[in-house]
Design a protein around this ligand. Structure first.
Ligand code: PA5
Length: 447
């Protein structure tokens, strides 16, 4: 039995319960297509039974490798883009102290990220920050040729070797890449780096429970065994034989497709805790890359409440009625903080004094839900008992499984991303990459 809870009842009133139940047969067929490997993109189903296939030896290898980096580094730079960094960052941020980088008494290295942009100032400032610091690198790229991480790795490899010597650097670089192909694999073999494999059948956005996510998360000091255990629970709950009523992934997939059919083309993932921001970024990639194709697919957006209630709140309350929300709710905070009394009560808020801050946040959450429903925004809710590795593991797998089913309901291949090549092609043409001569000529004629 899973611990996270999906509530879909606040979508009814906008769509009918009967229509959602009408998806049962289609959802069962989509789930079966995933498990039997008969649907579109079936060569990318390595994530499906991944949690339960992770064995002790693999976890020990992850933990031992993490220990080397933890024991020898003040900072670990995770290099990767898209699916090669978003899962790790989402989980690490959700579990970390919000002011982690300022802590002086550290048990774990600070984890920072590179290769997720081409910002010259970002890279300059990163390299300046790393000067005189003991740092290590986890370089993650399935292809090994993605421009952004390849650039960051070139810069940081040289810096690490210059600062700590080639032999020391070799022990502080871990490569996570394809089993046998690609530039990073070749380099790792040449240089003798410790490596982990991204299996051929696991796409980037479904890779958080592979070494791509697990190693950085372990380096940051979090319990990857619990994360995987939570995912295993959800793998079982959402399995092939799970009944529609007991399968949250099936229900979520059905309800969002019914909402889409009824004109709700934008889904907003909402959180009420700032450390969940990157869960929204991870989720947007998962659903955006999986469903946004063939001129269809729900547009995935995300907001951080209550912050964004003071900006995007207006649009959500009264803008075009094409949206629905999925709220990630955390039932219990990890710490206690009480709303203080003020002697002069100038702000008029003494009626809140003595209450838990989380109670105020929860009433903001409930008040927002009711206001948005009144404003024509269907609301779904995913509730986690609290923020820890286990419940996050459940949630990650839940969203992955629901995404696979949902993509099949939509009729697309949820495991490819042909559209991401377009910008690369133009960028290489503009930068006059050898082999792109015709494209260079064509694009230059357009500008
Ligand atoms: O989900 C995906 O497939 C992408 O986001 C990739 O992970 C991303 O483009 C990085 O690719 P690579 O790991 O080959 O560098």
């Amino acid at each position: 039995m899973q611990n996270i809870k999906l509530s879909i009842d606040k979508a009814f009133g906008f769509i009918s319960e009967q229509n959602v139940a009408g998806y049962k047969a289609q959802v069962a067929a989509a789930n079966a297509a995933l498990h039997n490997g008969t649907g579109k993109g079936s060569d990318f189903l390595g994530w499906l039974n991944l949690p339960s296939s992770i064995d002790e030896a693999h976890l020990t290898d992850i933990e031992n490798t993490a220990k080397i980096l933890r024991d020898n580094c003040e900072v670990v730079v995770v290099i990767g883009i898209g699916g090669s960094y978003l899962g790790a960052k989402a989980v690490i941020d959700a579990l970390s102290n919000s002011f982690d980088w300022l802590q002086t008494e550290r048990k774990s290295p600070v984890v920072v990220y590179a290769g997720q942009n081409i910002g010259e100032d970002y890279l300059y400032e990163l390299q300046e920050m790393l000067k005189n610091k003991k740092f290590g690198i986890i370089s993650i790229s399935k292809s090994g040729t993605t421009t952004e991480p390849a650039l960051a790795f070139r810069l940081l490899k040289t810096q690490l070797e210059d600062q700590q010597g080639k032999a020391a650097a070799q022990k502080l670089i871990v490569a996570i890449t394809d089993k046998s192909r690609g530039a990073l694999r070749t380099l790792a073999t040449q240089e003798g780096y410790k490596t982990f494999v991204i299996e051929d059948n696991i796409g980037g956005r479904y890779s958080v429970l592979s070494p791509v996510g697990l190693l950085p998360i372990a380096v940051a000091g979090f319990d990857v065994r619990q994360l995987v255990a939570g995912a295993v629970t959800m793998e079982t709950v959402c399995g092939l034989d799970a009944k529609f009523e007991e399968n949250p992934a099936a229900q979520y997939a059905a309800v969002r497709n019914e909402l889409y059919k009824n004109g709700k083309g934008i889904e907003i993932l909402v959180n009420f805790h700032p450390k969940m921001h990157f869960i929204g970024e991870w989720w947007k990639q998962l659903y955006g890359e999986s469903e946004g194709k063939e001129n269809k697919g729900i547009f995935p957006a995300s907001v951080d409440f209550t912050s964004d209630l003071h900006s995007m709140g207006q649009w959500i309350q009264e803008g075009e009625r094409t949206i629905f929300e999925t709220v990630i709710s955390i039932k219990e905070s990890n710490y206690t903080k009480i709303f203080p009394t003020s002697a002069d009560n100038l702000d008029g808020l003494n009626f809140l004094a003595g209450k838990r801050v989380d109670e105020v946040n929860k009433m903001a959450e409930l008040g927002t839900q009711i206001a948005h429903i009144d404003g024509g925004v269907p609301n779904l809710k995913v509730e986690l008992p609290k923020l820890n590795e286990y419940y996050l593991g459940e949630m990650l797998y839940f969203f992955e499984k629901a995404c696979g089913i949902s993509g099949y309901l939509l009729g697309v291949n949820p495991f490819d991303q042909p559209g991401v090549e377009a910008y690369k092609k133009n960028m290489f043409a503009l930068l006059e990459k050898p082999g792109f001569e015709a494209e260079t000529k064509a694009i230059k004629a357009r500008i």
